[in-house]
Design a binder for this molecule. Structure first.
Ligand code: LMR
Length: 346
């Protein structure tokens, strides 16, 4: 009997001790400042929606390794890919409330806070990849990355990450001319600009989260979508889409956003090391964006499941003309300064 009592008392001590230590752990992961006062690493939760083998997935994992190396384990990035923790609908709210500390959304999804982020969807605004990169490094880009709209929501933008040009796909027939879009329905990421783009082509659209798009295409909720080669490939859209047109009509790029209070609460030396890691990961990410999109395009062509249409300059011009109404409707929202700023970097 005495023995049982002793075992019970020891077990209770063990449970109380474990609870105390897990309390410490959760406080160290919730706030950079508190974390500095314990031996536990600062946990930076980084949530994203793409696959681990996507451009963003690979770069996020490399960033986590670099942070561990540079801070000597004092900070640890926990990466949650594939909408595992939060999807399109809630990752921004999770960042604002501090439930995650870092996200890397396709910038158009920031439309909830600032309509200017839809610059990325304005048809044929960017000439080529160099043009997009010049923009990332420009003062024009910094104005939107450091805007009051973000600061007022306790968010900071740190770096631009790249994916690439979007291409249209569907499963009804080849999309060679604007007239081929009539009556089809497409999945859109977010915002009114994309809705207007599909309207201009006499097509319908539905905003569907990235995590639900494969099922929507498979079940015929929508006929088509628009994305980069790499997202198409790593989401296995070859299985649910028959036709792809290399339209390069808009961009899909990312920015790294952090919860401002968390970020500023980190000890300065660690924050500097994390920033260095992010700079290095960003260089790698840009390289990955180019290489992986090229490799994915080959995969798509070699899959034998997708008929690829490449547009001639004349065919492309027909899309440029057909999508002009999007500028009439949205230039004021995106702002003439931002649009002209981007054009001037061509
Ligand atoms: C999409 O929703 O299609 C993309 O924004 C996904 C991503 O993060 O690349």
């Amino acid at each position: 009997m005495k023995k049982i009592f002793l075992v019970a008392v020891i077990s209770m001590f063990a449970i109380v001790a474990a609870a105390c230590s897990s309390d410490k752990e959760s406080s160290s992961s919730g706030d950079g400042e508190k974390a500095s006062s314990s031996d536990k690493p600062i946990i930076i939760k980084f949530s994203h929606v793409t696959a681990i083998d996507s451009v963003k997935g690979k770069a996020a994992d490399r960033f986590a390794e670099l942070v561990a190396e540079k801070t000597d384990g004092k900070a640890k990035v926990e990466v949650y890919p594939s909408s595992q923790l939060y999807g399109d609908a809630d990752e921004l709210d999770a960042l604002v409330s501090g439930n995650v500390h870092m996200i890397a959304p396709s910038v158009t999804k920031m439309v909830k806070l600032d309509p200017r982020w839809q610059y990325v969807d304005m048809p044929f605004l960017f000439e080529d990849q160099d043009h997009a990169r010049k923009f990332f490094e420009s003062d024009v880009a910094q104005t939107i990355l450091n805007s009051d709209q973000l600061a007022n929501n306790d968010i900071m933008g740190l770096e631009f990450w790249e994916n690439g040009f979007k291409h249209f796909s569907d499963n009804k027939h080849p999309l060679k001319t604007p007239a081929d879009f009539k009556g089809l329905k497409f999945r859109a990421q977010a915002g009114k600009v994309l809705e207007s783009q599909f309207n201009a082509l006499n097509a319908g659209s539905a905003t569907i989260s990235f995590g639900e798009t494969y099922a929507a295409l498979q079940q015929g909720t929508v006929d088509g979508q628009e994305n980069t080669f790499n997202n198409f490939d790593t989401q296995k859209y070859q299985e649910v889409q028959k036709y792809l047109t290399t339209s390069e009509h808009g961009r899909l790029d990312y920015a790294i956003f952090v919860n401002k209070s968390f970020w500023e609460g980190m000890p300065e030396d660690i924050r500097t090391q994390v920033e260095e890691a992010l700079k290095e990961a960003t260089e790698l990410e840009w390289q990955l964006a180019a290489d992986e999109n090229e490799a994915s395009f080959e995969n798509i062509k070699n899959s034998g499941k997708v008929e690829v249409t490449e547009l001639t300059p004349e065919e492309r011009q027909k899309f440029v003309d057909a999508l002009q109404p999007v500028y009439d409707e949205f230039s004021d929202d995106i702002t003439p300064e931002l649009l002209e700023g981007i054009r001037s970097l061509k």
